[in-house]
Structures are given as structure tokens and as C-alpha cells.
Design a protein around this ligand. Structure first.
Ligand code: SF4
Length: 472
């Protein structure tokens, strides 16, 4: 464990994040006080732990630079994003562009202030300029976006961190769940009557666990109640290929859906089985081709780097197969499997039973090389990076990146990432975000995660939203 003592309660989060970036596999404790001021038994400190003392009484950037340099010298590591610990590094580039800085000035600033590599600064500038162009005709103040969560999936993937219930056991409540969504839509129709709806995103979960008639019912209600004439993008995540049928694709197309996701995560059947995604590569390819046949001309694919047992060679194979299918968007996620997580424990159990070809000693996190393979694949497909966010405590301090063809970028993805527009979120486990004017404060309200409790308390969910949007 890494233990850091600071005298004053300042910059605790930044210090913790920076230490975690250098020591992703270790616990990190930042303790306010002198050594000995907190009884060691209360902090689990053992004689083997490394203890540091940091004077926090200085400028935050200077403090972070000095910690970075110390830890880099100690570990021999260089972090591509330097000492930046926030999840939205493109926003800094965006602000600097708004201030009128040239690319060279931004490079100097990012290097001197945050020790960011030239390559990552290039990426941040490239994405920030593209985002600005894509969002140029969005009215942040008078517009809003809508998110609808469908919390059901065919089965639960072992790495899942979303609200998800297996559809088999929950299919009896889906119609009532849609009734609750309709009540929330009624609220939106009333409260946002004088606002412009810019984008709609139905996510989850897996929205394509709904039956074709349920898809028609939900989207039909939306179309009846809300003015959809300004909607620039209507996405439905159809993530799991084992939930996609031709009838559902036809229903979505009929109802005006413009963008879908068909997600492989990997093109290895062995890995799919290992991570509990109960579909095959062949099913993915069939679903993708079926979606093309039904006229979908904006299809996203999600992949995950750092899946258990996968090497650069596996990632290259996944990318080669994806290039053959030629999706319009490609979203590249990083996965760091934490010790103690359900996926980690499942793999270990299987390994102990001798059921696995892979071993835990293989890479369990992505590498810069894997990200480069994905970047090159996107380039081959003519896709450009258009949004980027970093997960906290990702090993190697790497990022998740969305790539898209010109004109096919997911506008909603940028809006949620940059937090520039209010997003009203309906359904169990969703979070509504209100942005108070451009550059203004952001406040949130959430819907209960448990699907049955959400349904039992639907009036309360609506009351929370009303209270958030009536607040001054
Ligand atoms: S498809 Fe997505 S939401 Fe559903 S269980 Fe898998 S990871 Fe979770």
C-alpha cells in the first residue's frame, strides 16, 4: 500500500488519483495529519507499506508536477497524459482554443503545465476542434437531449457495471415498465414544451430485449408526445447481437431510429464465453449484415481492450474482422479488471479447476500497443476520433475513444461527455443532468436503480425531475 500524509485537507483527490495512476495495483491512502496522528491500526498500515509526506501548501499545478516527477523517477514510468487526472482532457484543449491559442501555444501550455505528451496533446486538439464543429448548430440553452434506459439484457455479462436484469426472469414486467416510461415522457412533454429536442438515445441494458411491438409502442408514444422535428440523431443501442432480430430492426427503422450499436467487444469466441457474453462471433456478423440489409447506414461497434487473456495478436484479429464489416463508428473502451471483481474471481476459479487455456498471469489490462492497433484499424476505415474520456484508475492512464466517419459521429456521446447541455434521463438507474446555462453549474437527480422500486415510485421520480428543473 502507498500511504501519503498531508498536513492540510487540500487536493486529496488529485493526490490519490496521481498515485493510483502510477501504482494501479496497489491501495493508496491519503491521510490528513502528521504521521502517528491517526492510529495506524485504523489505517491498516503495515511495516511493508511505503510512506510519503507531501507539503500541499502550494499551487495545485505545481504540486501535481512535483508529485509526478517524483513518482516517475521512482517507478521509471511516464504517463501519456502527464499529471492530468480528470476524465475529460479534451475540455482543457477546448477552453484553450476558445481563448484563441494556436496549436503551438496549446502544445507548450499542455507540456509545461501538465507534462502531457505531444501525441496526446495532438489528439486532444484534434478531438476538441472536431467536437466544436459537430456541436456548432446545437443550442445549449434552449435545447435538451433525452435518454431512455431499458435495464434488461439477454444475460448478465461478468464485467457489467450497469443496471441490468436478465430479460428471461423479468419479461412479465416489461409492459408495465414501458407504462412508467410513458408517465415520464408525459412529464417531459409538459415541462420541455418550449425547448428543442436535439438528440434521443435509448440505452441500457439492451433496448433490443424489447419485442418489436414494445419498440413500436415506446417510440410511437415518444413521437406522439414530443416534437421530434428538430432531432438530429436517434440512437438505439442494440448492443447484444443475441437480442437482435430482423423484426426488431424493421420496427426501429419504421419508427425513425437513425443510429444503432451492434457490439462485438471482441471477435474471439473463447473470450466471449469467458466474459459471460452469451453470443458468438458468427451471430454478431449476421446481426450486423442484417442491420445493413434493413437500411441502417450509421452503425457503431464497441470493442474492449484489456479483456482477460487477450494479447495484441487477439486485438489485431478483432480489428481485422471489424475492418471487413466496415462500421460507421468504432468505440474503443479500456478495461482494467480489478482483483476481487466478479470477472476476476470467475476466471481464477476456472483457472484453478484447469478449465482455462488462458492464465491470470496474462495481461489483464490494455496496453499502448493495443490502443495503437485499434487506432490504425479506425484509420483504415476512414474513421476520425471525435470524443474521448478517461476512466478513473485505469492502468497506464489510458483512455476510451470514439471514432466515426465524417457526418456519422454520435452527437449524444459528445454532449454527455462535455456536459454542455441538459440531458433528461428516464427509466430505472438513470441520471438526469441539468446544465444551468453555458459554462454554468451542473446539478443531477437520479432514478432508483432497482427496477421494481423504480416502478413503485414513479411519481417520486417525476417529482425529483420537476424539482430539479424548476430550481433557480
Ligand atoms: S450487455 Fe451491457 S448492460 Fe447488458 S449485461 Fe452486458 S455489459 Fe451489462
Amino acid at each position: 500500500m502507498q500511504v501519503v500524509y498531508i498536513k492540510e485537507d487540500k487536493f486529496q483527490y488529485d493526490i490519490h488519483s496521481l498515485y493510483k495512476a502510477f501504482y494501479p495495483d496497489e491501495d493508496v491512502r491519503v491521510i490528513v495529519g502528521e504521521k502517528g496522528s491517526v492510529p495506524e491500526k485504523e489505517t491498516d498500515i503495515s511495516p511493508d507499506d511505503e510512506i510519503s509526506f507531501i507539503d500541499v501548501n502550494r499551487d495545485k499545478n505545481e504540486l501535481k508536477r512535483s508529485i509526478y516527477k517524483d513518482l516517475s523517477a521512482k517507478t521509471g514510468k511516464l504517463l501519456p497524459w502527464g499529471d492530468l487526472t480528470g476524465i475529460r482532457p479534451t475540455r482543457i484543449a477546448m477552453n484553450l482554443i476558445d481563448e484563441g491559442m494556436s496549436n503551438k501555444e496549446i502544445h507548450d501550455y499542455m507540456r509545461e503545465t501538465y507534462l502531457v505528451s505531444e501525441e496526446k496533446t495532438d489528439l486532444a486538439i484534434d478531438i476538441a476542434r472536431r467536437e466544436k464543429r459537430i456541436l456548432s448548430d446545437i443550442d445549449y440553452e434552449n435545447g435538451y437531449s433525452l435518454y431512455i434506459g431499458i435495464p434488461f439484457c439477454p444475460t448478465t455479462c461478468l464485467y457489467c457495471s450497469f443496471t441490468s436484469y436478465p430479460i428471461g426472469a423479468f419479461k412479465g414486467i416489461v409492459d408495465d415498465y414501458i407504462t412508467c416510461l410513458e408517465k415520464e415522457i408525459d412529464y417531459v412533454a409538459d415541462a420541455f414544451a418550449d425547448k428543442t429536442l436535439d438528440t434521443v438515445y435509448i440505452g441500457g441494458g439492451t433496448p433490443t430485449t424489447l419485442l418489436p411491438d414494445q419498440i413500436r409502442r415506446l417510440i410511437g408514444y415518444l413521437r406522439d408526445k414530443l416534437d421530434m422535428s428538430h432531432v438530429k440523431e436517434f440512437t438505439v443501442e442494440s448492443g447484444r447481437p443475441d437480442s437482435i432480430t430482423r423484426d426488431k430492426l424493421i420496427a426501429m427503422k419504421e419508427m425513425g431510429v437513425t443510429r444503432i450499436s451492434v457490439n462485438p467487444q471482441t471477435m474471439s469466441d473463447d473470450t466471449l464465453r469467458l466474459i459471460g457474453r452469451q453470443h458468438t462471433v458468427a451471430q454478431l456478423i449476421d446481426s450486423f449484415k442484417m442491420a445493413r440489409e434493413e437500411g441502417f447506414d450509421n452503425i457503431n461497434m464497441d470493442i474492449i481492450l484489456g479483456l482477460p487473456g487477450e494479447t495484441e495478436k487477439d486485438v489485431q484479429h478483432t480489428i481485422d474482422e471489424i475492418v471487413k464489416l466496415a462500421p460507421d463508428d468504432l468505440t474503443v473502451h479500456s478495461l482494467a479488471i480489478k482483483r476481487g471483481s466478479r470477472l476476476f474471481e470467475t476466471i481464477r476459479e476456472k483457472e484453478l479447476k484447469g478449465e482455462l487455456k488462458v492464465s491470470l498471469q496474462y495481461s489483464m489490462s490494455n496496453t499502448g500497443e493495443m490502443m495503437e492497433i485499434a487506432r490504425m484499424g479506425a484509420k483504415t476505415l476512414g474513421l476520425e476520433p471525435y470524443y474521448l474520456y478517461r476512466q478513473k484508475n485505469i492502468s497506464g492512464n489510458l483512455e476510451n475513444t470514439g471514432y466515426a466517419k465524417e457526418g456519422k459521429a454520435g452527437i449524444y456521446n459528445i454532449l454527455i461527455n462535455e456536459e454542455v447541455q441538459s440531458i433528461v434521463a428516464l427509466g430505472a438507474g438513470t441520471v438526469t443532468k441539468r446544465v444551468f446555462g453555458e459554462g454554468g453549474r451542473i446539478e443531477r437527480c437520479d432514478n432508483i436503480k432497482d427496477v421494481k422500486l423504480y416502478m413503485d415510485n414513479i411519481e417520486e421520480m417525476i417529482r425529483r425531475k420537476r424539482e430539479l428543473f424548476e430550481r433557480l
